[in-house]
Design a protein around this ligand. Structure first.
Ligand code: FAD
Length: 298
């Protein structure tokens, strides 16, 4: 890659060369990226995005890496990692402003400690706020967009703000899915006061998660989106086809939750893709329904 003088742009953040993306994704799959850059403030985000876009340097954005399947090939570009260096939280009564690198669970805990709730059911989703907003993450009837007021994001050298109604939130979808080049910077919420049930809901949702989800092996959560054309939840359909434990190379359908595909033994990206395709084909043959992936291929 020519002309990369990232150190001129990133003074307080972090620049790493030749980073194995296995170490940055919950599936622990991925090739080596030329650069991983963690900006630490608005100015660094701004200069970095401007720089890669202007110089036509390939880039991709990563939050906590818990909803992605990265290719095994080397990535000749810049991975912009939004993490704990860009994760401040502020609030004034019920108004909360959170930077996109903040971990979702950390934000929920912060809100509750300050007397506000509304997002209890999302506790335990292992992503960052930016990733959660982009995917409109949800669980147990709660979604991240429930109390969201607006999103500040960056494209090229301009900062924009979208109000909730402009974000096109739907099931595991937002306008940010259609614009992979946009960098989500800050999310604003107006949260309701926590209730006497908040702690109990938090506890129950965490218990349900621990009981039902596969947490012993690397995964990216549910592989497929819900599909209302099927007669049952996708995980039950896969289970009923007798596929729990089915393996291709090191990729396996979890024995505990058939919606989770795990990296059982040094799976390659291709192993995981083949397993996904295999299940998609079987479901198509049986139900003429095309399963859509929830995880993103990067
Ligand atoms: C064990 C486990 C359980 C899970 N349970 C749930 C669940 O109950 N409900 C649920 O909805 N999901 C669940 N997930 C999936 C995942 O945690 C969520 O989708 C999460 O919100 C993804 O956030 P992330 O920061 O990890 O995003 P990443 O995986 O890093 O990125 C996901 C997408 O968002 C983009 N992105 C990330 N940050 C930004 C940003 N700042 N600006 C622009 N684009 C960005 C990336 O480019 C990528 O396309 C689970 C995953 C695991 C491993």
């Amino acid at each position: 890659m020519k002309k990369v003088k990232l150190s001129k742009i990133i003074k307080y953040g972090k620049i790493e060369k030749k980073v194995d993306l296995k170490t940055l994704t919950s599936l622990q799959i991925g090739g080596v990226a030329d650069y991983v850059v963690q900006p630490s403030d608005l100015e660094e985000c701004f200069k970095l995005l401007q720089y890669v876009q202007k110089n036509k340097i390939p880039y991709m954005i990563l939050g906590n890496g818990t909803n992605v399947l990265c290719s095994d090939d080397a990535y000749h570009g810049v991975v912009i990692k939004m993490g704990k260096l860009f994760a401040s939280m502020q609030h004034d009564q019920e108004w909360f402003q959170v930077e996109s690198g903040c971990a979702l669970s950390q934000f929920i805990r912060y809100a509750i400690q300050n007397g506000y709730g509304g997002l209890e059911g999302l506790m335990g989703i292992p992503g960052s706020l930016g990733g959660a907003v982009r995917m409109n993450a949800g669980a147990f009837g709660y979604t991240i967009s429930d109390y969201l007021q607006g999103v500040m994001y960056l494209d090229g050298d301009t900062i924009y703000y979208k109000k909730k109604e402009e974000c096109d939130f739907g099931y595991r979808h937002s306008v940010f899915c259609d614009h992979k080049e946009w960098l989500i910077l800050r999310i604003d919420f107006s949260l309701p006061q926590k209730t006497e049930n908040s702690d109990q809901i938090l506890k129950e949702c965490m218990e349900k998660r621990l009981k039902s989800q596969e947490l012993a092996y690397p995964s990216a959560g549910s592989v497929f989106k819900r599909n209302d054309l099927l007669p049952a939840p996708v995980s039950k359909i896969i289970d009923d086809m007798g596929l729990k434990g089915y393996r291709i190379g090191g990729a396996m359908i979890s024995q505990k939750h058939a919606g989770f595909f795990i990296n059982f033994a040094s799976a390659s990206s291709q192993n995981m893709k083949d397993l996904i395709q295999y299940v998609q084909d079987l479901v198509w043959e049986k139900y003429q329904v095309r399963l859509e992936t929830e995880i993103e291929m990067l």
